[in-house]
Design a protein around this ligand. Structure first.
Ligand SMILES: O=C(O)CCC(=O)C(=O)O
Ligand SMILES: [Fe+2]
Length: 327
């Protein structure tokens, strides 16, 4: 496995400041890495500490309990270890009614249920929804003047979010080796907002194939562009491959909020977004068809390099994989 050679210095968007001064560094970061940091985002330390502590408790429940929400249950909100990786498990909370989604799962898991946990998840996800809308607007501004007003509602107005609480349990006694907690992949979202704990381990792959650490910083959330936005922007915004490496024998917890197009949305870059003189790079495709393609090609194949939207809809490879219109 390649050793990361350095850590990546990403631009930080301060949401309490006027945007103008950071717009050009942000545009560059979105094109080159598809990753940037945000601060002063309105998520309190208190909320995060409580969410982390209750989430950790939840993952210490016995496997028989957690399996009640596993892939063969009715809810399917829990992903046990050995699906994404041997060390990764997660719980999914879906919108638009985050409280109901959290309560459905937590009622099954614990008796008595943690109502305060559902309240916190509702608060966190509602804030993430507001943040996602705001950040989407900013990213559209990076693509050009006037695009925020033009497309925020018309193209992104039906986006929905979901949260994944992710718990990593590394093997004991890791010694000078990188253990992948989550293998190389791109996100299937428009944007993802990630809170990683102080353990670190998130890495992004450069175009030359070098792994760069994205170090955790207190009070900072990481935003990254996902495949849906890469395709919608005709690859002017980059959905970079990333992974999580476990370097210490301690558990790690992260909160990943995915902001996605509605299932039946057809992804097709508007003319004005294509970029000057640029050809179209993607065939139109239906969002849920891409999600299905990824699920079918990845389940139980955590040792394989992940597929991306380029494998699914890039015009150059369309003859190999077939376009969604053919099926
Ligand atoms: O756990 C992390 O820090 C990253 C998770 C991630 O990349 C994902 O769930 O897509
Ligand atoms: Fe990811």
């Amino acid at each position: 496995m390649t050793e990361p050679e350095s850590f990546l210095q990403l631009p930080t968007l301060d949401l309490s400041q006027p945007l103008q001064s950071s717009l050009s560094s942000l545009s560059e970061a979105c094109q080159e890495w598809g990753f940037f940091n945000i601060i002063n985002h309105g998520i309190s330390k208190h909320l995060l500490t409580n969410l982390y502590s209750l989430s950790k408790q939840l993952f210490t429940l016995p496997m028989e309990s957690k399996q009640k929400l596993g892939p063969s249950s009715a809810l399917k909100t829990y992903t046990p270890q050995f699906i994404a990786s041997p060390f990764f498990e997660s719980l999914r909370i879906s919108g638009p009614d985050f409280f109901a989604s959290a309560k459905n799962s937590i009622d099954v898991l614990s008796d008595p249920p943690y109502v305060e946990f559902c309240d916190m998840l509702q608060e966190y996800c509602t804030k993430m929804t507001e943040l996602s809308k705001r950040i989407m607007g900013i990213v559209l501004r990076c693509l050009g003047d006037g695009l925020e007003n033009k497309y925020s509602e018309s193209e992104f107005g039906c986006c929905q979010g979901y949260l994944r609480i992710i718990h990593y349990t590394p093997p004991e006694n890791i010694q000078n080796e990188d253990v992948e907690g989550l293998g190389m992949h791109t996100d299937m979202s428009c944007i993802t907002i990630l809170n990683q704990d102080e353990i670190g381990g998130l890495q992004v792959r450069s175009t030359e194939g070098k792994w760069m650490d994205i170090k955790p910083r207190e009070g900072t959330l990481v935003v990254n562009i996902g495949d849906l936005l890469q395709a919608w922007s005709n690859a002017r915004l980059m959905s970079s491959a990333h992974r999580v490496v476990l370097k210490h024998s301690v558990t790690r917890l992260s909160l990943a909020f995915f902001w996605c197009f509605e299932d039946d949305k057809v992804i097709w870059a508007p003319e004005e977004v294509l970029g000057e003189g640029k050809e179209r790079l993607y065939l139109p495709f239906v969002c849920s068809d891409y999600v299905k393609f990824r699920e079918n090609s990845e389940t139980g194949r955590f040792d394989k390099v992940g597929y991306t939207v380029d494998d699914f809809a890039a015009i150059a490879t369309s003859e190999l994989v077939g376009s969604p219109q053919d099926s």
